[in-house]
Design a protein around this ligand. Structure first.
Ligand code: TMP
Length: 218
């Protein structure tokens, strides 16, 4: 019997601290005997990693950003995400489509209907059946006030094109995530990322235990 795959994405504004928990969650699933693929967007395949480097470092407009993000995502879905889920693995992805709606849509102010069209085009090849479109089973949304995230980022390495943007950009991105969460309350799991690291992990673990995906007390 094949176990169904499980697709979990991690989202939040830059500095929200999501990346430090992905490895811990991968270890927790492996300890339960699950095979885990850990991946990220932009990126996750040799081609998409090249597109990531362009997206993060070359000047371009919002449409070009969106096109690169979706081109990389299409390759990532075909080469990594769909095959891993078909093998019954747990697929942990550091950012996915919500990031495009939050950064290019809410942050840059790019047209959300065009993003939805590009999403369908890139993720289904424009198949008429919208239910063929892959979505995460759950999205762990690391919610943090932009001012706190900015403080954390100042201590970080040299900023990329997005990390260098002003606080009002991140305020819009945070609103974009909140809107996505409101539109998909079953999929989104809000994590209060302002708490200390162990408390953030406990929230995350409890949410996945409650869904029956991780063993332990809910
Ligand atoms: P990361 O630092 O979490 O790996 O994310 C890289 C940056 O790329 C981050 O600032 C968010 C941005 N991004 C977009 O603008 N659009 C997208 O579709 C994705 C996936 C990321």
């Amino acid at each position: 019997m094949t176990i169904p795959g499980l697709f979990i994405s991690f989202e939040g504004i830059d500095g929200a601290g999501k990346s430090s928990h992905i490895q811990t969650l991968a270890d927790a699933f492996r300890a339960q005997g699950r095979s885990v693929t850990l991946t990220r967007e932009p990126g996750g395949t040799p081609l998409a990693e090249k597109l990531r480097a362009l997206l993060l470092h070359e000047p371009m407009d919002a449409l070009t950003e969106a096109l690169l993000a979706f081109a990389g995502r299409r390759d990532h879905l075909r080469q990594v995400i769909e095959p891993a889920l078909a093998r019954g693995e747990v697929l942990l992805c550091d950012r996915f489509t919500d990031a495009t709606f939050a950064y290019q849509g809410a942050g840059r102010g790019f047209n959300l209907d065009v993003l939805s069209y590009l999403e369908r085009l890139a993720q289904t090849g424009c198949a008429p059946e919208p239910d063929l479109m892959r979505e995460p089973d759950a999205t762990l949304w690391f919610d943090l006030p932009p001012a706190v995230a900015a403080q954390r980022l100042t201590a970080a390495r040299s900023p990329d094109r997005f990390e260098a943007l002003p606080p009002d950009f991140f305020a819009r991105v945070a609103q974009g995530y909140a809107a996505r969460a409101q539109a998909a309350p079953q999929r989104f799991i809000r994590i209060d990322a302002a708490q200390p690291l162990p408390a953030v992990w406990q929230q995350l673990q409890a949410a996945l235990v409650a869904r029956g995906w991780l063993g332990g007390e809910p």
